[in-house]
Design a protein around this ligand. Structure first.
Ligand code: AHR
Length: 345
C-alpha cells in the first residue's frame, strides 16, 4: 500500500521535476557544481558595530564574500572586546575554516592566537586596523587606511584655514576626542595632531577617549565644556563622535562653525560615510572630514583569490582617501609631496 502511494506521488510529480530540470542551462549547472566543489569558508572576526563606518565595512564584506562568489562567510561581532575576538578566532580554528579575516580592536595582545592560526595552517588577513607583533609572518597581509596620513591631511587643512584667516597659532585651543585607545586609527590620528600642534605652536589642551561612539562623543564633549571655557576647535577622531559632540555643544548654547575668533567652535572629523555627518559638512557644522574608506570586501576577496592562485600579495595594501569640506578658502592641501584637492561632501 505504502509503495503504491510513493509510486503514484512520483508519477504525479514527474512532469514538474522534468520541467524544473529543463529550466536550468548547462552553464548554470556547471557553475553550481564548480561553486559547490570549491566553496571557501572564511571566518570574519569584526571588532564591533560602534560606528556607521564599521557597519558599512561589515556590509562590504558580506556583499563580497557570498556563496555566489564562492564563499561561505562566518561572521562574528566582537562587541569592541578583544577577548571576544580571540575566542572567535579560536572557534574558527576549531571549525577548520580556510581563511581568517580579522579586524582587530586594538594592536597588542595577538601573538598567541595568531600563532595558533599559523600552527593550524590557516592564513590570516587583517583588515582596517593592524596588530603589533614582532613576527610579521603571523599574518598574510593587511588592507586598510593610513590613519596618520589622514591626520596629516586634516592638520594641513587646519593650518591652511588659519593662515588664510590670519589666525595666530596660539589662538587655536584644541581638544581631541579620541577613538578607542590602542587602536591603529586612534594611534595614527592622535599622533598626527600632536605632531602638528608641536610643529605649528597650536594649544592642544587635552585628549580624551570617546571610544568611536556617538554617545561617548556627546558625554565627553559635555564634560570638556565644564573643564575648559576657551575651546575653539574640537578634533573628533570619527564622525559619530562628532555628531555627539555637536549635540553637546549646541545643547550648551555654543555655535558651531568657522568663526572661531568670535565665539564659534570648529568641529573637524574623520570617515565621511554617515549621511548625517556629510550633511553637517555641507552646512558647515563639521568644517572638514578626512575620508576613511570602509569598502574592504572586494579587496579581501581579491586577496583571497590571489592566495588561492598560489600568489604572494603585497603585505600592506592601502586604500585611497580624500578630504571633504565646504569651506571655500581652502581648495587643496599638500602632504608629503602629494596634492589633495578638497572635495564637496
Ligand atoms: O578603524 C577605523 C575607524 O573605526 C573609523 O574611523 C571609525 O569610525 C571606526 O569605528
Amino acid at each position: 500500500m505504502k509503495k503504491t502511494i510513493t509510486l503514484l506521488t512520483l508519477l504525479l510529480l514527474l512532469p514538474a521535476i522534468l520541467a524544473g530540470c529543463g529550466s536550468r542551462t548547462i552553464e548554470e549547472e556547471n557553475k553550481e557544481e564548480a561553486t559547490a566543489g570549491e566553496i571557501i569558508t572564511v571566518g570574519f572576526s569584526q571588532l564591533g558595530a560602534e560606528s556607521d563606518w564599521r557597519n558599512t565595512n561589515t556590509a562590504s564584506m558580506q556583499e563580497a564574500l557570498t556563496p555566489e562568489n564562492g564563499f561561505n562567510l562566518v561572521y562574528k561581532n566582537g562587541q569592541q572586546k578583544q577577548a571576544n575576538q580571540i575566542t572567535a578566532v579560536r572557534t574558527f580554528i576549531q571549525q577548520g575554516v580556510d581563511y581568517i579575516v580579522l579586524a582587530p580592536a586594538t594592536e597588542t595582545g595577538w601573538e598567541s592566537v595568531l600563532t595558533e592560526a599559523r600552527d593550524a595552517e590557516i592564513p590570516v588577513i587583517l583588515v582596517d586596523r593592524r596588530v603589533d607583533v614582532a613576527d610579521k609572518s603571523l599574518y598574510s597581509c593587511w588592507v586598510g587606511s593610513d590613519f596618520e596620513l589622514e591626520s596629516k591631511k586634516m592638520t594641513a587643512w587646519l593650518k591652511a584655514f588659519t593662515d588664510r584667516r590670519n589666525i595666530s597659532p596660539e589662538n587655536l585651543h584644541i581638544v581631541n576626542i579620541q577613538g578607542t585607545p590602542g587602536s591603529t586609527a586612534q594611534i595614527g590620528r592622535t599622533r598626527g595632531l600632536a605632531n602638528a600642534a608641536r610643529e605649528y605652536g597650536w594649544d592642544l589642551m587635552t585628549e580624551v577617549s570617546g571610544d568611536f561612539t556617538e554617545n561617548k562623543g556627546r558625554e565627553v564633549m559635555a564634560a570638556l565644556l565644564k573643564g575648559y571655557d576657551n575651546i575653539n576647535v574640537v578634533y573628533c577622531e570619527n564622525d559619530n563622535m562628532a555628531i555627539g559632540a555637536i549635540d553637546a555643544l549646541e545643547s550648551a548654547g555654543k555655535r558651531v562653525g568657522q568663526n572661531i575668533m568670535n565665539g564659534e567652535v570648529m568641529v573637524v572629523s574623520f570617515d565621511g560615510v554617515n549621511e548625517q555627518s556629510l550633511q553637517y559638512c555641507r552646512e558647515g557644522k563639521i568644517s572638514c572630514i578626512a575620508e576613511c574608506n570602509p569598502l574592504h570586501g572586494p579587496r579581501v576577496q581579491a586577496l583571497i583569490e590571489s592566495l588561492e592562485n598560489g600568489e604572494t600579495p603585497e603585505k600592506f595594501n592601502y586604500v585611497d582617501e580624500g578630504l571633504f569640506s565646504c569651506v571655500s578658502s581652502v581648495k587643496n592641501v599638500v602632504v608629503d609631496g602629494t596634492e589633495y584637492t578638497i572635495q564637496e561632501p
